[in-house]
Design a protein around this ligand. Structure first.
Ligand code: GTP
Ligand code: MG
Length: 503
């Protein structure tokens, strides 16, 4: 693969250079003129085109998104952050959709980067039909990116996509700082946040899976193999490659071991889940896009005190809590890992275990952030994963959260298009009563109607009829509690020994 020169870039009809700028840019977004030197440099090597045209097309091609940089309160904070945070510049390729979509995508990348502990200095995206196979953004834009890196003093570039090993190296060669992609960023966040043994193991496995094909990407031996544009990698087999082979084998062995361990841990979790199923405690799963407010809602519904953070992926380990409906029926409520668009596919695989919980629940509370600029997209992204894990036949309630902060018109729109939806605020408590009542109505009903005279020594059974079933009538008699109730089969069997004498 050879680099395309800037002049090729400019003439390539695929790159949309001819398209005019969007007539009115939304607030907070502006296309910035490139530095004068840049334009002069471009003209020098592209004498066939007139400079002004080039300037204009370039402006359309590389946009800067304003307001992405992290706000800092005072100077001491700057120093503090510089010590421990990476200084990053974001770059995205805008291939389809509206300007707003492109901006949202980069804003999400910024949120991810900040969650990973980075300081976001700048963000740019480029309009292209598809990412450049060599450098992701094209070599001309890569040079401009280099200038932005110098200008801002960044030490890392984060790309909004999954880059091939070759693209990472080529871009690093041009911008001269570390380049990471969205997948690596998400993996990094997952690694920082995973708490349980299983969660940690799953993240480690996914990281190794990601690293494996990229091993040759790091270090010198690789640039040698990739260089020359010849694809003759095997011809240059040398000590470097042997080392890589050894590393690869080690990683594969480690991965096999981790898979076995994860399988064992999964068995433990399955047993627990089966126990819950056997006891017929109905289960509700809270699912939704990352940062939608799932953990806040769990707290609101159960007072559980689960970690809530204004960060993406604050929750990486499933949390299951016991809860009670207003009518006193007991159910379990499970918090889940947040979903995100373009979740790297090996991560979907790795986190399937937590999503299986969703698939086997009796009811899904699908939480969506009503104050987000594109809640419909988030709903769609989550539903895609719900389909993936085969949970389509589980009833779903769409919980439009953050009603306190959302645009009332957006709320109306969502409630109109989503048939089974209601608006709540986990923060203020608005709508929570209605949600609790709806959960009560949606939970599966126990189906066996029994009548039993339960001796006072068996009080636990009466309590179970209350929590696991639905008590229709209850009367305290001389011999015990006379109970009429709807219960599940197992409890019906246990109560059948206490059938009241007829007459
Ligand atoms: N204004 C407002 N903010 C909310 C509401 N609910 C949650 N938040 C905020 O949204 C952020 C994310 O909340 P979490 O409950 O951690 O979201 P989550 O869906 O569990 O996020 P992940 O676990 O990271 O996927 C926090 O800053 C909350 O304070 C709400 O009803 N209104
Ligand atoms: Mg959470």
């Amino acid at each position: 693969m050879t680099f395309s020169s800037p002049s090729q870039d400019a003439q390539d009809p695929q790159h949309d250079h001819g398209k005019p700028l969007a007539p009115s840019l939304p607030e907070g977004l502006r296309a910035e003129a490139l530095m004068e030197e840049d334009v002069a440099w471009s003209q020098e090597i592209d004498s066939e085109r007139d400079g002004e045209q080039y300037d204009r097309s370039e402006r359309a091609a590389l946009r800067r998104v304003a307001g992405l940089s992290t706000e800092l309160e005072d100077v001491t904070e700057v120093e503090y952050r510089q010590l421990r945070l990476e200084r990053v510049v974001l770059v995205g390729v805008w291939t389809s959709g509206t300007l707003q979509d492109a901006e949202n995508s980069l804003a999400e990348l910024a949120a991810l980067a900040e969650t990973a502990g980075a300081l976001v200095l700048d963000g740019v995206f480029q309009r292209r039909d598809k990412p450049d196979p060599a450098t992701y953004i094209g070599s001309g834009k890569a040079m401009e990116l280099r200038d932005i890196v110098l200008e801002t003093g960044a030490d890392t570039v984060v790309c909004d996509g999954e880059l091939s090993p070759g693209q990472l190296i080529h871009l690093e060669d041009v911008v001269k700082v570390k380049v990471v992609d969205r997948t690596a960023l998400i993996l990094d966040i997952f690694a920082q946040h995973a708490k349980s043994r299983e969660g940690k193991a799953q993240v480690a496995l996914a990281q190794m899976q990601y690293m494996l094909p990229r091993l040759r990407g790091w270090g010198q031996s690789l640039s040698r193999q990739m260089g020359g544009g010849g694809g003759g990698g095997m011809a240059t087999r040398g000590p470097g490659e042997t080392k890589i082979e050894t590393d690869r084998r080690r990683i594969r062995e480690k991965m096999a071991k981790m898979r076995r361990e994860i399988a064992e841990m999964k068995t433990g979790r399955d047993i627990k889940r089966q126990e819950r199923k056997r006891n017929k405690v109905p289960s509700v799963a809270i699912a939704g896009y990352t940062n939608a407010g799932k953990s806040s809602l769990l707290n609101r519904l159960t007072g559980a005190g689960v970690l809530v953070e204004n960060a993406l992926f604050a929750t990486l380990d499933p949390t299951v809590r016991k809860a009670e409906t207003p009518s006193g029926r007991v159910y379990t409520l499970a918090d889940t890992v947040g979903f995100v668009r373009h979740l790297p596919h090996h991560l979907v695989e790795a986190f399937r275990s937590t999503m299986e919980e969703v698939g086997e629940s009796d009811l899904i509370l699908h939480v969506v952030d009503g104050s987000h600029p594109a809640p419909e997209e988030q709903l769609a992204a989550v539903r895609e994963v719900i389909r993936d894990v085969g949970a389509t036949d589980v009833p779903e309630i769409v919980v439009v959260n953050k009603a306190d902060a959302a645009d009332p018109l957006v709320l109306q729109r969502l409630l109109r298009t989503e048939r089974h939806a209601l608006a709540v605020s986990a923060r203020t408590g608005e709508g929570i009563d209605k949600l609790l009542a709806l959960i009560d109505a949606e939970l599966p009903r126990p189906s066996v109607e029994i009548e039993a005279l339960v001796p006072y020594t068996q009080g636990a059974l009466v309590a179970r009829a209350h929590s696991e079933g639905e008590v229709l009538s209850e009367e305290h008699t001389g011999e015990g509690t006379l109970l009429r109730a709807l219960v599940h089969e197992e409890l019906a069997a246990e109560l059948s020994t206490f059938v009241p004498a007829k007459g």
